[in-house]
Each structure stands twice: as C-alpha cells, then as structure tokens.
Design a protein. Structure first.
Length: 449
C-alpha cells in the first residue's frame, strides 16, 4: 500500500520573492500584485530601494541588513496579526539565499517561495555556457582577508579553494569583500593560474551591465570590477588524476644527501588504514617530517582537513615543497613543537604521531582527551625506549591499545639475480580513549566496509 504525503498549504503564507536588478520588470504579474498589497515588506537596503515605487505607502518596511536573525520573528508577528508579508530576495531564494534559512526556523507551510532566475544562470546564459554540471560556491561570508596557502576551514574562501581542485566548472556568488580579483589571486596562489579562465558578469539586468569573458587569472587579479557581480571559472587544463594512497617514497622530497624523516610506504599504508579515515575527517599529523602521512590523509579526506606540525625548520621547508607539489588545499603546516599550539586546532577524528620531540607521554594524554568519539591515535616508533614509554602512558591513561610490529623486506638486484634487503622494524601503536576493544577489523565491520 502506497501512502502519498501532500504538503498542506497555508492560506496566508509569507511570500519569499526572488528579484533581479531590473526591479519590477523581473517580477511576474502575480508576484508584483502580492508585493503591492503586502502589509510588511522585508528586504535588503538595495532591494527595498529598487522596488520602493511598488510597495504600498502604508506598508511597513523592514531592512534585514545586519538583522538576519530577527527576520523569522518579524514574519511570525505578521502572521499572528493576519498581515500579508513579503520577503524580497535576490534571484533564486533557495540557491544560497534566505529561503532555506527561514524554512529551518519556521514551518515550511509558513512560506511560499517564488523563485526568479539565478544571477549565475543569467551569467551562464550571457556566455552560452551550459551550467548543469557546474559546481555552485558562495563566498558571501565574513571577510577573512586574502587567501593564504594552508589556511584553515574557517577562512571565507576555503570552500572555493577545495572546489577548484575537484571541479572543472564553477559558478561563484561573490561579495563586496571576496571580489573577482581576490578569487583570481587565490587561483594564482594555489598554482592554478594557468589552469583556469575566469569570467565576470557585472551588474546584470541593469543599463550598465558588462561581462568580461575568458580572462587569465593573473590579469583579473589586478582589475577592479563593478559590484554586484558573479564569477564563472572554467578549467582549461586537464585536472590531474592523482594517486590518493600508497605513493612510493621517491614521490616525496626528502632530506639530502641521506634520505630520512619519511614514513616508508609500507608503514604509511598500514598507519593510514588504522586511522580509519572518512571523507570529512579532521586529522592531526604531529612530527610531520617530510609530510607524507598527512598529505596522503589530505587526499583521502577531500571534505576534511589536515593540521600538521614539524619542529625542524629544514624539514618544514621540505614538507612545504611536498605540499605544493601534491596540489592540496586542505592541509595546514605549522613550524612548531607539540604540544604547543595544539589548543588552537579543532578536535580531531584521527591523530598520527611520527615524532614527539621528547614530550611523548604528555602528547598521548592530550590526544586521547581531544579525540572525537570513535577517533584513533596512531603512532610509529623505531626505538624500544619510545615503544615502552608509549605503552606505559596508554596503560596509565586507561586507553584501549594494540601494537603491530612491521618489518618489510624489498627486493634488490645482485648480479643477474635479486636478493631481499630488510628495512628496519617499526612498531605501529594504535589506541582509542576508553577500554573498548581496539581492533580495526571490528570498526570496519561496523561501518559496513
């Protein structure tokens, strides 16, 4: 038996009407009639001014600029007083617009959304660019300044920095702070200046509309564009199909002439597997060395982020070269000695410790305390003393833990034959907070792996 749920309609909903910059000309006859007989009209400063002649003289006008959190209350009061209410929004109110915000705070029946053409859709139409496969990104966030390589997720351009790595066409809703020029500078900073063309549509649906097509990011980075505007990014160079996991050691820059401070391929693979990473995992990489574990974790967690720390300045520079060559934007590398600075990092889903700088016991206690539920602490050791210190600290903390000794041997030529050359043994110590059984296979079964 099939049951169909019909959405009940409210006889007097608040109408959320999409508007373009040609004002009343962009509205349907129905939307315009509803606006003209509204008792309360809510909108931004510019939108209210644009439609002033079509708002009834006796209607109450409320400017939502800087007062977004008050809007649901205004609507509720108007509905309780049986007043006709209209909210003016830009373009499609359900595409990075106010409608979804209102729907999450009022019952959906309290709203009737009357969408208009999105400004992104208009920009694509001006350029004849199909947009069904474009990734839509809004950078209409609090100003966090210019993009810096390695910036954390709180930055207003972070979502865009990740999206340009993963998509070939992007449609970007800009803001007065996060301008087309700033977006172009992000591309240049990330080494993508030759990989994209940028188009900018200014002041759409106004007499001074202008569209700048197929610009090089380096040129757009120094240009001023009229506000409001939207940006279209089109990749011109094929996106690399990068290996995510198990890269050979030779793929990384390492300390010369004696290569070192890199977690070897076999140990790296097992350590990453034991970290039980997910697409959005937040990862700490302490004692990053050349950065190999953290960089592969960043590729395995495209919606997550890796915070890495290394105390040796020379190794930090090597790790930075690897970050640049890997082309990841979800990786923050810090020159420092843990545990200093860890309090500024968000609680992790997984922690890898490749080097402790002599603060091992303190680090273990801190990491177990900070791990999110179900999170894993994975550590590599090559000395008996550090292994003993780690297991003692874990025992004292009441953690669930296990130790794996891994000793790989690699084939090497000898005359016309091959022999096996043993690598040094490595102990992989894995732990979780609490006393539950710490076994990776059981965790995998629980996730349906």
């Amino acid at each position: 038996m099939t049951t169909t749920n019909l959405l009940e309609k409210d006889p007097q909903p608040c109408r959320v009407i999409g508007v373009l910059d040609d004002g009343a000309a962009s509205l349907s006859a129905t939307a315009l009639a509803l606006l003209r007989r509204a008792d309360l009209v809510i909108g931004g400063t510019r939108t209210l001014a644009l439609l002033e002649d079509d708002i009834a003289p006796q209607a109450v006008r409320r400017d939502l600029t800087g007062c977004l959190s008050s809007v649901p209350g205004w609507i509720a009061e108007a509905r309780a007083a049986d007043q006709a209410c209209v909210v003016l929004a830009t373009g499609d109110p359900l595409c990075h617009g106010i409608a979804s915000y209102l729907a999450s705070r009022l019952c959906i029946q309290a709203l009737e959304v009357m969408p208009n053409v999105s400004t992104l859709q208009l920009a694509c139409a001006r350029l004849g660019l199909a947009w069904q496969d474009a990734r839509i990104v809004s950078v209409h966030a609090k100003d966090a300044g210019e993009w810096a390589v390695g910036a954390a997720p709180a930055h207003g351009l972070y979502a865009l920095a990740q999206a340009v790595r993963q998509h070939d066409r992007l449609a970007v809703l800009t803001s007065p702070d996060n301008t087309p020029a700033r977006i172009a500078r992000l591309l240049v900073a990330e080494g993508l200046g030759d990989d994209f063309q940028i188009s900018v549509a200014e002041r759409l649906c106004t007499p001074d509309e202008r569209v700048w097509a197929d610009m090089a990011p380096a040129a757009a980075a120094a240009q001023d564009f009229a506000d409001p505007n939207v940006v279209l990014l089109v990749r011109t160079r094929q996106r690399p199909d990068a290996v995510r996991f198990g890269l050979p050691d030779a793929a990384y820059h390492q300390r010369q002439p004696d290569k070192g401070l890199i977690t070897k391929q076999e140990v790296r693979a097992v350590s990453l597997a034991r970290m039980q990473l997910r697409a959005a995992s937040r990862v700490w990489d302490i004692g990053a060395g050349s950065g190999s574990v953290g960089l592969e974790a960043a590729r395995l967690c495209p919606q997550g982020h890796v915070w890495a720390m290394e105390k040796n300045e020379g190794d930090v520079e090597i790790a930075r070269r690897n970050v640049r060559d890997f082309g990841v934007s979800n990786h923050t590398l810090v020159h420092g000695k843990a545990p200093e600075g860890l309090d500024a990092w968000p609680d992790p889903d997984a922690v890898f410790i490749g080097g402790s700088g002599g603060e091992l016991a303190e680090l273990i206690v801190l990491c177990l305390k900070r791990l999110r539920p179900g999170g894993w602490l994975v550590m590599n050791f090559v000395t008996l003393e550090n292994l003993a210190a780690a297991t003692q600290a874990l025992q004292a903390a009441g953690a669930a833990w296990d130790v794996l000794q891994l000793q790989a041997a690699r084939s090497k030529p000898i005359l016309h034959m091959h022999r096996m050359a043993a690598e040094n043994p490595v102990w992989i110590v894995c732990a979780q907070a609490g006393s539950a059984s710490a076994t990776a296979p059981a965790a995998a079964v629980e996730e349906g792996a």
